[in-house]
Design a protein around this ligand. Sequence first.
Ligand code: ADP
Length: 529
Amino acid sequence: MQKSQNQHYQSQSYQNKRRKPEKLFQEPQLETQSDESDTSIIDDNDLEQQTQFRETSITLNQDQFQLVWKSPYRTDFYTIQFPYPEMIFDIRTEQNLVEKAKVTLFYKFKNGKRTSECIEEVLKAAGFQRTYNNSKWLIYWGKFNQERCRNLNQYQKINHFPGCWSIGRKDNLWINVSKMKRKFPKEYQFIPNTYLLNTDFQKFEQIQEKANEQELWIKKPVCSARGIGIKVINKTTKLQYNNKYLVMDYITKPHLINSYKYDLRVYVLVTSVDPLRIYMYKDGLARFATETYSIEPQNQDNKFIHLTNYSINKQSPNFNNNQLDQQSKISHKEYKSILLNLGIEPKLIFKQIQDLIIKTFIAVEPHLMSQNEKYYQNKGNFFELFGFDILIDEKLKAWLLEVNVSPSLNTQADLDFKIKTKLISDMFHLLGIQYHTSSIENSLPKTKLIRRNLNDINQINAQNFKSKVNSEDLELMILTLEEQLRLGQFKCLYPNQKTVSKYDQYFEHPKFQNRLIEKYFLDGSNWIL
Ligand code: ADP
């Protein structure tokens, strides 16, 4: 029998990452399996038996193992290791990997649809198989569905948070961020002023009337993507009352590279909303327009000048022809080196981006929390990968244009494939899909996060920590620390040593758990072991 592709990835990455072979990989005595065999996946039922074999140090066949990540904070807690698929030609440097008996791993995609190549490759490389009707899946990738969310077991992960549209729709994003802007006008000055063409229609009419001839805005559908329905407008454009559109101040002087406008796609992973845990990916894309920038009125309708969407620009006669890259996009790494060549320190830009990401999530936090409270028993089941679209203006100020809840994972271009495959692999690895050998039918304990008194933090220290916190505080702390050991190319934006105190002022209710983790970081000793 042909060796499956799945096993091939697995064994290749094993080769690359394996520690010195241990006794376990001596010639198999338990049973013989040829290389051709594709029956190496051990059924859940067999595992107890397997474990006993290991304990009595009887050796197993190499194909019967998988690498898992071992928590340094808990005994017998492991998560599935996600090696980079072979075609990426790269290896994530990792610690805490051990071998455990292989278990059957299932993932599910929405309604049997094909999903992006990079997700499939990553899951295959980790030994996952697709299921259509089996309920034993560990990862679900699809639309948010209330019913599905109510019947989850503790091992399952779904790729959306309840209420994610509070950030993913352009109108909701503005409603939430502008509330904060009223409270903190200077600090929340990172989304261009926006007018909803229902509630703000009259206000915008007055602004348009008073504006000078040069002023421009951009009209967008509140809930669409890929540049569909977007138009640059001016003082003379007649608008109608409409709840499906908004108008945003147009950034007329964007920063240009080789005279082309561009925007940045930044990937952000949220693993928890209560309390917030936010990670930013260190790589991403800069996407270019395909005609040189001009603000002349006769070019106002030219989408290849004003919009940087890939789906728009690939239709341009100049696509592949802007001397930057074959596909009108480059990685953040290349973008940063272009900036350096222009004498611009990339940190200037990326620090602003990190700041606006944290502030955006704090702005939507009350809404996300109230939506998630309905599913409090499933709080560990959700995660979300967001795509932040950022425009840099000529003064190098970063502006948030929108947040995508389902950022494109298309991989037509090689560059996309490389970046997005690593992104997805690092994401699943960071999430920590728990390795387990028992039946997965047991449901979650129904505990609700108890609001704690912030002042209690002052009394907590390394010595009394365990007697002062409850089991949920401890678990949250361990989860946070574990995630920070599986970062790959993610950077933890929140909570970290610097960000907790810095951003406390913006929270409606500062969180005990965040203060606790800050105290732990600042103390520097290991309270848990
Ligand atoms: P979509 O979800 O359809 O992609 P975006 O809000 O991302 O909508 O806008 C599409 C493109 O339009 C952006 O990538 C950017 O190039 C341009 N754009 C959007 N808003 C502005 C703005 N306020 N100023 C300048 N350009 C903008």
